[in-house]
Ligand binder design. Structure first.
Ligand code: ALA
Length: 486
């Protein structure tokens, strides 16, 4: 029994499908194109939304150090992703890598965690989108009632879960609904529009920097590292660490570059350039933006869903047009990130359905549109519900938690496969094994311990649900088991 829980997908088998799905993208991607795709997938609610809460509650102006810390963890994990995706070029990302490296049960746990990552991050970004949408409308004299445009629940370490008086966040839900419809009609190409968004996002950031600099009040940076409030994670050095756990969300998406191993012209050289290049550029952008943000307004004012708006509004009415343009660009950028996350979820459901770990309908394609229609409907409904009810920070923290967990497993996978399959051809190899994978595992686990206790509770509940589903359904329908028992 124990052994069968860890049945591995062989690397070369009839039922391991080579991933042709992402070949809608041009083959022969250069390093520059990879960097651009990475930036397109990375920049989103992390910088535009979560930075505010992380600065206001945990790190103060030192939030920029949190960004640096988080980027180092991502660099370790990014290299490990690159090796696995070049070695195991099949659909499903980290779920599939773990199926080959670690076996079925760990793969299910990862697949289930990636489900949380995608669904919750699509919802996080949608909730962030709603904040900017309201702020944009307000500039034009249209005030949406909070009752129907923000989450009914709020969580803080001091007060625990409280009711906000709102009922539901309808704009966030509508955004998810529209994206779900786009995916349902088979508009996979829409995902590629993320790379087109790169210029818009970078231009937005550049504009924010240019108009922000003259409005900096250096006294807002003092003290740069606010004194610890007497509790772990509330300012001081532990606050920087906890802030890093939160803003880690801002870097999610670079793993997309790693999944393009088959499309890169020269994976050995270009993948690390793509991953580290996009991470490097985003780190720089994040540092400068957070520096200016906390310089223009006091970090204490940033605990809102649209912190960039707070800074822009503080610059005065003469910037009205620029402010409106920046807000529209942020709305467009956030929509594209949410789209990619939701799309990723439908693909993952498809992979889990094909492997028999989720019911068959998850793997069914619409006869004409060839898109996984049931998977799309389910993912859309769940994400709508999450984005309508929960606040950005709670959703974002859970996403950071599960992503760190996934990254640690990916790093472990590299190490294990070097031992079990040293003979396989690896178009890209992580240097200094086992040190880099080990550093990845340790830093991810350390970062997980920095996140608030409530996030651990959520992770544990999510994993218990996953185990329950596995032992009641998946174990009896798994394709690989049926293949093995034949
Ligand atoms: N990194 C992405 C964002 O910040 C998920 O929205």
């Amino acid at each position: 029994m124990g052994k069968r829980l860890f049945l591995r997908k062989p690397l070369k088998a009839d039922f391991v499908e080579i991933d042709d799905e992402h070949h809608g993208l041009k083959r022969g991607l250069s390093a520059v194109q990879l960097v651009s795709i990475g930036i397109g997938a990375i920049i989103g609610a992390g910088i535009f939304v979560i930075t505010g809460k992380a600065a206001a509650e945990y790190a103060g102006p030192a939030i920029l150090l949190s960004f640096v810390l988080a980027s180092i963890i991502c660099a370790f994990a990014g290299l490990c992703y690159a090796e696995l995706s070049s070695l195991i070029p099949i659909a499903g990302g980290s779920y599939s890598y773990s199926y080959v490296a670690l076996g079925e049960l760990p793969a299910w746990i990862i697949g289930w965690s990636v489900t949380a990552q995608y669904l919750f991050s699509a919802s996080t970004v949608a909730a962030g989108w709603s904040g900017y949408f309201k702020s944009f409308l307000k500039d034009w004299g249209i005030v949406l009632s909070d009752t129907f445009s923000s989450a009914p629940f709020h969580y803080s370490v001091d007060a625990g879960w409280t009711l906000t008086g709102s009922i539901i966040d309808i704009p966030a839900m509508l955004l998810i609904l529209c994206l779900g419809l786009l995916i349902a009609v088979g508009i996979r190409a829409a995902a590629h529009f993320t790379s087109a968004m790169v210029l818009i996002k970078l231009a937005t950031i550049a504009l924010f920097i240019i108009i922000g600099v003259p409005h900096i009040h250096p006294e807002n940076w003092s003290p740069f590292i606010p004194e610890n409030a007497g509790r772990f994670g509330e300012f001081g050095w532990t606050g920087i660490l906890r802030g890093a756990g939160l803003v880690f969300f801002a870097y999610i998406g670079f793993d997309t570059v790693a999944t393009l191993a088959q499309d890169a012209k020269n994976p050995q050289k270009d993948l690390p350039k793509g991953i580290l290049g996009s991470l490097g550029i985003c780190t720089l952008a994040y540092i400068v933006v957070s520096f200016i943000l906390t310089g223009v307004v006091s970090y204490k004012l940033l605990n809102v869903p649209d912190p960039i708006s707070v800074a822009l509004d503080a610059m005065g009415p003469s910037y009205f047009w620029v402010v409106s343009i920046v807000k529209v660009a942020i709305l467009a950028g956030l929509s594209s990130v949410a789209l990619v996350q939701l799309l990723g979820q439908t693909r993952l459901f498809l992979a889990l359905g094909k492997d028999g770990l989720l019911p068959k309908p998850f793997a069914e394609l619409h006869h004409r549109r060839k898109s996984p229609i049931i998977a799309t409907v389910i993912a859309t409904i769940v994400a709508m519900f999450l984005s309508g009810l929960f606040p950005v920070d709670i959703l974002g923290q859970l996403v950071s938690m599960v992503t760190l967990f996934i990254f640690a497993t990916v790093c472990l996978g590299v190490w294990i496969l070097r031992h079990t399959h040293p003979e396989f051809h690896r178009p890209f190899k992580v240097p200094f094994v086992p040190w880099i994978p080990l550093a990845g595992i340790i830093t991810c686990l350390a970062q997980m311990t920095m996140l608030p206790a409530v996030t651990w509770v959520q992770l544990i509940i999510w994993l218990i649900l996953g185990f329950a589903l596995y032992f009641t359904y998946s174990i009896r329908h798994s394709k690989i088991r049926q293949h093995h028992d034949r």
